[in-house]
Write a protein that binds this ligand. Structure first.
Ligand code: SAH
Length: 223
């Protein structure tokens, strides 16, 4: 294993310990850590930032967006408790890095991205890397993906001012959603939404985070 990748995994393990009192997860599942090892972040980072591929920080991917910090990617994945037969919805494909991690652990991943260029480049990248259980679409994911619903898990990788109702509705009973909630450029909270078998949802704040905003209006996608 390359030394830098090893350091990245060690940093994730350390951060998991530091944040355990908030997240309730002192150690991440070995399947999650294996996926973080197997999906090479270098393949998702833009040319100018390759040297920083394994640093535990977000990096620009163009269009004012960022590839998320590895620890946050691992944490959000961990919180979903994915099983190999799960069907997952992701809102905010971005670079496709988180998408690839999810695809290692679940049966099928549906991912939505509102910036056409990112949707197209990530689709090509993931195909080239050999993923065949990912479907990416270019539209506004604020309303979810009704045709493919319901989902075992939903992950939103941009911060919303509130938990979108359509997303909660597209979650299966027993399902989980992770979503950063808060105003742009203000402290945001990573929320874990649990839907019980009777369809009742409960929400728990997990950690303070910082994400690019989730765009909610339909017109914005036509920019
Ligand atoms: N997980 C990605 C994060 C990308 S940043 C990665 O690690 O690369 C968040 C992404 O969400 C951006 O690409 C942004 O364009 C997208 N986004 C924001 N609002 C959206 C919406 N309403 N529907 C779909 N995608 C959205």
């Amino acid at each position: 294993m390359s030394k830098k990748l090893n350091n990245m995994l060690e940093t994730i393990r350390m951060e998991a310990k530091y944040t355990a009192t908030s997240t309730g997860r002192e150690e991440f599942n070995e399947r999650v850590m294996q996926a973080m090892h197997d999906v090479d972040r270098k393949n998702f980072v833009s040319k100018n930032y390759k040297l920083l591929s394994y640093d535990n920080g977000p990096l620009p991917i163009g269009y004012g967006q960022t590839i998320s910090q590895p620890y946050i990617v691992a944490l959000m994945t961990e919180l979903l408790d994915l099983e190999p037969e799960h069907v997952v919805l992701e809102v905010g494909t971005g670079s496709g890095y988180q998408t690839a991690i999810l695809a290692q652990l679940a049966k099928q991943v549906y991912s939505i991205e509102r910036i056409k260029e990112l949707a197209e480049s990530s689709e090509q990248r993931l195909k080239k890397l050999g993923f065949n259980n990912i479907e990416i679409r270019h539209f506004n994911g604020y309303y979810g993906w009704l045709d493919k619903a319901p989902f075992d898990s939903i992950i939103v990788t941009a911060a919303a001012s509130h938990i979108p109702n359509d997303l909660s509705e597209q979650l299966k009973p027993g399902g989980r959603m992770v979503i950063p909630v808060g105003l742009p450029y203000m402290p945001q909270e990573l929320m874990l939404v649990n839907k019980d078998i009777n369809g009742e949802t409960s929400v728990k704040s997990v950690l303070d985070v910082s994400f690019v905003p989730l765009i909610t209006d339909d017109e914005a996608q036509e920019e």
